[in-house]
Ligand binder design. Structure first.
Ligand SMILES: CC(=O)N[C@H]1[C@@H](OP(=O)(O)OP(=O)(O)OC[C@H]2O[C@@H](n3ccc(=O)[nH]c3=O)[C@H](O)[C@@H]2O)O[C@H](CO)[C@@H](O)[C@@H]1O[C@H](C)C(=O)N[C@@H](C)C(=O)N[C@H](CCC(=O)O)C(=O)O
Ligand SMILES: Nc1ncnc2c1ncn2[C@@H]1O[C@H](COP(=O)(O)OP(=O)(O)OP(=O)(O)O)[C@@H](O)[C@H]1O
Ligand SMILES: N[C@H](CCC[C@H](N)C(=O)O)C(=O)O
Ligand SMILES: [Mg+2]
Length: 478
């Protein structure tokens, strides 16, 4: 057993002959016979309290961080700063699978999920494992995603499965939380990319500079500093490019550049250029922000060694990620778009794109998550009001906060309630928006995208914007 603790300090408090071990788990509820249970001290619970449960479920050894009495015939080993060491222990246990993969990390406030989906399509889906907000895809297996970036142990397990299934690339979103909490500590990235940085998660990071320095850590973890890709139209992206070099991209700037030629309701034409290479391309992705996402994916693909011809041949077919600029169509004469915009900048981007194609009115339904960054509530409302004709403020995962209080704080960003409604029940809000939509209007339902739940208190209740929108669109036609 001690082989898996190679390279770290540990103290054996209890020793029994056990093994071979079947796996490692840090959640007692998931422990199976023959596993090693890792007891972590968390924000809400102390994992040491679950040692009994883990042993009942079949754990044959426990690694913890506290020198405590363990009343079971199992091996118990203590490692200080255990969460930080978990990546090394997991890597030793699973035989360093990350070294056999080409690993791509995407960071930034908005566009990470979309970029991972675009890149996956460019590289070929059967060669890729994809990790992020929507799900973890490992070969053909889909694993639900509790976090955008998984805990180090889960990440190493995904690497192991990917290698065993003959996968070549691992594409992952790297959140600022994960970088701060050391979840990717044991990963050396082959290619990394930065999308943009705008206010978000300022409940967790003290200010923008701290948020930026968390994101910046990713680029120090890139094997070769040349293999970094930065949006230099973004203030923070430019700062990173000045520090790391690599590929710069943008619409206003960048070696890898796109100029916008024209757009219609469903497509846009762009001209892509990189050094001497130039090509006009018609893409099915909508919105200027998606041109940035496309550039991020292209920049990464170049650094992974694909030729520009190979890459550009695939761009016309690319589709966006689920719940991002997703049009809900049931033959109605107005447009309904479900989108994951949950920051002021994302709302600004999706609404600007919709304003470019709008004929009549834009009706926006949105809310702000509970137990999350309070400082984004007012700016989200200001943006929604500025770029919509009618705003309906509603609930979006109130969690343990009072939804009435959240709506009240959001509405502080509205200059008047003349063209706005407050409707706490998200289903009713969507019903109202669809009900008031006339020919050629656009209804934007923002904030939840792919999510198929609403978190109220500690309960997760099934709720899917797409399903609900469809129900009322179809009801309206009858
Ligand atoms: C505040 C925070 O980040 N918490 C993360 C942290 O949980 P924790 O260790 O503090 O959990 P805890 O509930 O106190 O439990 C402590 C330990 O007891 C264990 N336990 C608990 C109960 C039990 O019955 N048995 C048991 O063994 C737990 O498995 C855990 O090991 O470690 C867990 C494993 O990595 C994460 O899933 C969890 O993320 C929570 C769910 C979360 O909401 N995180 C957010 C803030 C987050 O990380 N977000 C980012 C970015 C989002 C984005 O922009 O897209 C992300 O990457 O997702
Ligand atoms: N490049 C971009 N710049 C600005 N806004 C964007 C960009 N790409 C997408 N958006 C907006 O942000 C929303 C979220 O996009 P996406 O899910 O791709 O981002 P993300 O970085 O993965 O977000 P999260 O941190 O929540 O996982 C989209 O629904 C869209 O409204
Ligand atoms: N991953 C982000 C997305 C939030 C999406 C929104 N629906 C909300 O619940 O606030 C977060 O956890 O802050
Ligand atoms: Mg994401």
């Amino acid at each position: 057993m001690v082989e898996i603790l190679n390279g770290i300090d540990y103290k054996i408090l209890k020793k029994f002959e056990t093994g071979p071990f079947s796996g490692m788990e840090y959640d007692s509820r998931k422990v199976k016979k023959g596993d090693i249970f890792v007891a972590l001290e968390g924000a809400a619970f102390d994992g040491h309290k679950f040692i009994d449960m883990a042993v009942e479920n079949g754990a044959s050894a426990v690694i913890g961080s506290k020198e405590i009495e363990v009343n079971h015939d199992i091996t118990y080993i203590v490692v200080k700063n255990l969460r930080q060491k978990l990546g090394v222990i997991a890597s030793n246990f699973y035989k360093w699978p990350q070294k056999k993969l080409e690993i791509v990390g995407i960071t930034g406030t908005n566009g990470k999920t979309t970029t991972t989906y675009l890149l996956e399509q460019i590289l070929g889906e059967d060669k890729v494992s994809r990790i992020g907000t929507v799900e973890y895809k490992v070969g053909n297996e889909i694993i639900p995603a509790p976090n955008t970036t998984p805990e180090s142990l889960d990440l190493i397990k995904i690497c192991r499965k990917s290698v065993d299934r003959g996968i070549k690339y691992l594409i992952m979103e790297v959140s600022s939380h994960a970088l701060e909490m050391g979840r990717v500590e044991m990963i050396d990235f082959d290619v990394t990319a930065f999308t943009n940085l705008t206010p978000e998660h300022l409940d967790y990071h003290k200010d923008m500079e701290e948020y930026f320095s968390a994101k910046r850590k990713l680029f120090y973890k890139t094997k070769n500093k040349e293999n970094t890709v930065f949006n230099t139209d973004d203030f923070y992206g430019k700062r990173l490019f000045d520090e790391f070099g690599g590929i710069s991209y943008g619409i206003e700037s960048g070696d890898l550049n796109a100029s916008m030629i024209s757009h219609s309701l469903k497509t846009q034409e762009i001209e892509l250029s990189f050094k001497e290479f130039q090509k006009k391309i018609n893409i099915k992705l909508q919105g200027k922000f998606n041109v940035y996402n496309l550039l991020t994916a292209v920049g990464v693909a170049i650094r992974l060694g694909l030729s520009l011809e190979e890459i550009t041949d695939r761009l016309e077919k690319l589709e966006s990620a689920p719940g991002r600029f997703e049009c809900i169509e049931a033959g109605q004469n107005f447009m309904v778009v479900v989108d994951y915009a949950h920051t002021a900048d994302a709302l600004e981007n999706i609404l600007s794109a919709l304003n470019e194609i709008k004929i009549e009115k834009i009706i926006t339904v949105f809310g702000c998550g509970g137990d999350r960054d309070l400082s984004k509530r007012k700016p989200m409302a200001e943006t929604a009001e500025k770029l919509s004709d009618i705003v309906i403020v509603t609930s979006d995962n109130p969690r343990t906060e009072d939804p009435v209080k959240i709506l009240d704080e959001v509405s502080k960003g509205l200059s008047s309630l003349k063209d706005s409604l407050l409707e706490i029940d998200r289903e009713k809000a969507i019903e109202k928006a669809v009900g008031m939509a006339k020919k050629n209007d656009i209804v934007l339902i923002a904030g939840k995208g792919h999510e198929d739940y609403q978190i109220i208190g500690k309960d997760k209740i099934h709720f899917d914007d797409k399903e609900v929108a469809l129900k009322y669109i179809q009801g309206k036609k009858l």
